[in-house]
Design a protein around this ligand. Sequence first.
Ligand SMILES: [Zn+2]
Length: 225
Amino acid sequence: MMQTKRILLLIFSVMFLLLGTSASYAQSATFEDFFCEEISDSLFARMMGKSYKQDTTIPRSELRVVHVLHYDFEGNIKQGEIICNNAICEDLAEIFKTLYEKKYPIEKIRPVDDYDADDEKSMTDNNTSCFNWRQIAGTKKLSAHSQGLAIDINPLMNPMVKTRNGIQSVAPKAGKAFANRKKAFKGKIERNDLCYKLFKSHGFTWGGDWRSLKDYQHFEKTAQP
Ligand SMILES: [Zn+2]
């Protein structure tokens, strides 16, 4: 009988030790997981013909990938990758580190190449992304995303809303339910919330402050005209 008790005690001690070790690993890992890196050959191969097109003029050497951790909507810790301009990679690493520390929910952070660089598909999947060589929807003008200087956060809950001649258009289309900003919902970006304040303090402008249209998902750091 004593023998059984001892064995049980031993098993519990080992389990306790193992649990303790994995918990402390998760904690220590968090502070090393926010960093900028040059675009590797394998990542560039994923981008070619998708976010990085034939007529893309920004050199690969000016782009970076920021590795981050984030909490998803269920509270799980996930890894994310953001492809951006070298000029804002440190800003993004710092912003996303704080968002993580404050457990700000972000559903997914994948390069848009995982969606064949199709913005509508990526937004509909509520994917947060930055670099994509593309025009502003409905225009011939290049988007700030083309320079990797703009990022879209939780785009399904923070759609682009435009009203022309009394007709409202919402992008992504699936985000129509979130066009009403008076409602409260998870992942909503508002003036003076944590996400807004962090981007503003790093010199970004918010699409939700624009007058001609509202792009609630969008933060960019570009020279103002
Ligand atoms: Zn955007």
